[in-house]
Design a protein around this ligand. Sequence first.
Ligand code: FMN
Length: 327
Amino acid sequence: MISNKLLLSLAPMAGISDWPMRTLCTEQGCNHTTTEMVSAIGLLTAPKDLNVYKFLLHVGSDEPAPFVQIFGRDPAILADAASYLTSLNRFSGIDINMGCPAPKVTSGGNGSALMRDLPQCERIIKAVRSATSLPLSIKMRLGWDDSSRCAVELSQIAEDSGANLLTVHGRTRVQQYSGHADWEYVSKVKQAVKIPVLINGDITDAESAREALNISGCDGIAIGRGALGNPFVFKEILSSLNGLPYEPPCLENIIETALRHSRTMIEWKGEHSAVLEMRKHLCWYIRGQRGAAAFRTRITHAASYDQIHALLMEFLENNSRPIEIPQ
Ligand SMILES: Cc1cc2nc3c(=O)[nH]c(=O)nc-3n(C[C@H](O)[C@H](O)[C@H](O)COP(=O)(O)O)c2cc1C
């Protein structure tokens, strides 16, 4: 079942939207999450105990069941992957990636490359639909390039083929991440279908969330980069949409969250891997603060939780002092 309340979604992000990140966002009011993308063929052919898939498919004991995102271009393989993932009984839906712009994905005809072949998209969606009883969502861009925008057509195909939810990133594949997401165009998708549509692209705070929703008329938003180091963005948006006051977290709260995030990752993946992965998150947590550039240089050498803790405490201490103005 897709909820009919406003959906505040953490967009799928490879290397980011794992269960610790999803849990932190959920605590702040995010009510729809998706795993990182998982290769359908990789999943089906890899030994079942291979760590990479165990980690990609892990769901936290306290988090609401996420959607799981798959990518591929062969309808039968995607259907088999969906059927296997459904049998795990830990996901609330299946999402098909039709939007990834990365050359290593599109070169095999996957991700956003599928938007150049709508009949193939239809075969995929129908095959996956018949392989799972879980809600099915499709994540797409506006099209391959400006001269071939086809998000409206793909959305109608998806709805007619049994999809239950759409997420539309308002850029073409050729744009990658340049320019601004075209929220007006996403409104055309919203008007063309009856199933819920999430608007995605450049939503980073309450103001952009309101504007994207107003312009597009969508049923919810999906936030990617705006949640990096900032799971609080969901609370900010939720408070604003409900007309409630919002107090942004102080640096101490941000650092507490960063440390908790680090400890959860370490318990899950072990100190070595977790610290390597956490370095990027820690830089995002303190982005925009005084001394962030110097912190970034130093955190790249952190090799243990104790070192992360010491660096963050020093950062907090330095930021609690008034700025020293040289005489
Ligand atoms: C680091 C990173 C990894 C991403 N990985 C995925 C992915 O696995 N699957 C997917 O559908 N989109 C992926 N995306 C795209 C995002 O889901 C989202 O569509 C895009 O970042 C635009 O939204 P934003 O402006 O809120 O970031 C990724 C984006 C980033 C920045």
